[in-house]
Design a protein around this ligand. Sequence first.
Ligand code: ZN
Length: 291
Amino acid sequence: MSDVQIIDEVVLYEVQDQIAIVTMNRPEYNNAQNSQMTYALDKALQLACNDDDVKVIVLAGEGKHFSAGHDIGTPGRDVDQSFERTHLWYDHVNKPGGEFLYAREHEVYLGMCRRWRELPKPTIAMVQGACVAGGLMLAWVCDLVIADERAFFSDPVVRMGIPGVEYFAHVHELNARIAKEFLFTGERMSAQRAYEMGMVNRVVPTDELRKETLAMAGRIAQMPRLGLQLTKQVINNAEDLMGKRSTMDMAFGLHHFAHAHNETISGDRLGGYDAKAMAKANKSAAKGKES
Ligand code: ZN
């Protein structure tokens, strides 16, 4: 058994058999990510990166769901708070207009996700239940994704008038036509279909998810550290040559045009949707009852 460390209350960290397990720990809010959590994740991933005994990193979520996305409505929402930043961005707090979210999301979403994608050790997302919007970003930065059979994936933020989440990898995770369907409808994609589309490496029974994920991590851990790192670098570079990075840069600009547009029109950067309103709209759309 390994010791579990708690990083800033919201992330658990443990190491066993050369595998670091980093676990989001806000199960009461389906692991909605506030800034406290993204900074704690960054700390935990740095620990794993710096520990020579760690060969592979597993990113997990405590509870029924991997992640319901960014925190847009829990009591711990901390969008107005300053944190010690991990990039050379200035503080977003008290900045006017579009500058507020542009600075914040450069730091906590696009910046951190790119940083985590480039971790020099293999990463595996262990996904159960919901993996929605901001949850996708965490699964997608990982090298492999293992999902349980009841997992589902969706990005409903087009409903806010915004072209998908900040880390826009949709068209690299799915082919273009499927990515359009995924975004245009905002509908849930089952683990099985995500597997068929190549977004997921394995779909396993729920009660075997941890065992199967650790078994895969264990097999990878037998490979030499440098060989794994070099291979990861080559494949990430190939994705960037296929346009992943520049597509994401363009999408991030349009994403912020949409936030600013929403603010101009309605005074709300998210187009009037909090977590509850979004869940309700998605449910009603799924039933085909939306007026
Ligand atoms: Zn945003």
